[in-house]
Design a binder for this molecule. Structure first.
Ligand code: BJW
Ligand code: ZN
Length: 276
């Protein structure tokens, strides 16, 4: 099971041993020997790595109470996120889109980071070169104390003017008016990245650099459907990284992962980091 950083087979190279582990609940961590082995292996690879990239998605915040996008509870009224998180939807009906964001801001505002967010803080502290690339806009990694973090899809706590491009932090809930307006009179929009929009340049550049250099990649709570974020573990693996996935469900990344642990992040991530 010795995976050196190089040479590592690319995705279509010779087969490498992979571990797919089913962990259904926190309790099963104690009882499942296979799960324990997967946790220990993931922990060891993280401990040995000098350069680690973590990629997180909505699932890491699920146990804090933040709704995920896809799957059960992913709908808001009758709308799918794909119908609301677009510049076209905002142009067509800014009030509707803002009502969705205003609701999400109210849901997220009182929520606290969970054990999975905190485990990544601990991992950051002990890893010489660490980057956390998050797709989440909730700010919970920062609230937990993560310092080396890039927000690939922006933040729900930033508002940006569509007329003068002025941008400001606003954590107020509820919003004073919907849709909110800039001092210049222009329409404000959430400081997030919608479908069809480019990701912020500096965060995305740093994330892909880290992916190319990482010895281990930890992918937590993402459906691995949305690009370019979903490409980060693929790039890392093609460059030789050991890929660890944590998710209650299989995803398109699962066949590429070296270890795929099936279960909730707030239970599995602290166990892995403790084993590291
Ligand atoms: C748990 C758990 C627990 C539950 N513990 N886990 C083909 C190839 C490449 C790209 C494309 C393509 N076709 C179309 C595209 C482009 C498009 C895209 O990827 N579309 C796909 C859907 C196909 N991408 C874009 O448009 C991006 N921009 C772009 O490509 O720009 C190109 C460009 C260049 C230059 C100029 C101009 C343009 C932008 C993507 C922006 C995504 N934005 C959103 C909204 C952000 C704002 C907001 O929050 O409102 O980002 S969409 C939404 O999806 C949000 C998320 O960050 C993102 C990812 O979702 P995530 O985090 O994975 O959540 P879920 O709900 O999908 O999954 C949760 C997971 O957690 C599940 O797997 C659960 O099982 C798990 N889970 N409980 C651990 N307790
Ligand atoms: Zn303005």
């Amino acid at each position: 099971m010795a995976h050196g950083r190089s040479p590592r087979p690319a995705v279509d190279g010779p087969p490498t041993p992979r571990i797919k582990i089913q962990v259904l609940s926190e309790a099963s961590i104690d009882v499942s020997r296979t799960a324990a082995e997967g946790i220990a292996l993931a922990g060891r690879r993280l401990r040995e790595a000098r350069r680690v990239l973590a990629l997180t998605g909505a699932g890491i915040s699920a146990e804090s109470g933040v709704p995920t996008f896809r799957g059960p509870g992913g709908l808001w009224r009758q709308y799918r996120p794909e119908d609301l998180a677009t510049p076209e939807a905002f142009a067509r009906d800014p009030r509707l889109v803002w009502e969705w964001y205003a609701w999400r801001r109210e849901v997220i505002a009182p929520l606290r980071p969970n054990a999975a967010h905190r485990a990544l803080v601990a991992l950051e502290k002990r890893t010489p070169e660490f980057l956390l690339a998050t797709q989440n806009v909730d700010g919970l990694h920062g609230a937990a104390g993560s310092a080396r973090v890039v927000e690939l899809h922006g933040t729900i706590w930033q508002l940006r003017c569509t007329s003068c491009a002025h941008s400001r932090e606003d954590r107020g809930v509820p919003l004073a008016e919907i849709p909110p307006r800039c001092a210049c009179g222009g329409l404000l929009r959430p400081g997030v990245v919608w479908f069809g929009e480019a990701l912020p340049e500096e965060p995305v550049t740093r994330a892909f650099e880290a992916a190319r250099e990482a010895e281990a990649v930890l992918v937590v709570g993402t459906s691995s459907l949305v690009y370019p974020a979903a490409a980060l573990p693929q790039v890392a693996r093609a460059a030789g990284a050991f890929v660890i996935e944590i998710n209650p469900e299989p995803t398109p990344l699962t066949p590429l992962a070296d270890v795929s642990l099936r279960g909730p992040a707030a239970a599995l991530l602290p166990a892995i980091v403790e084993a590291a």
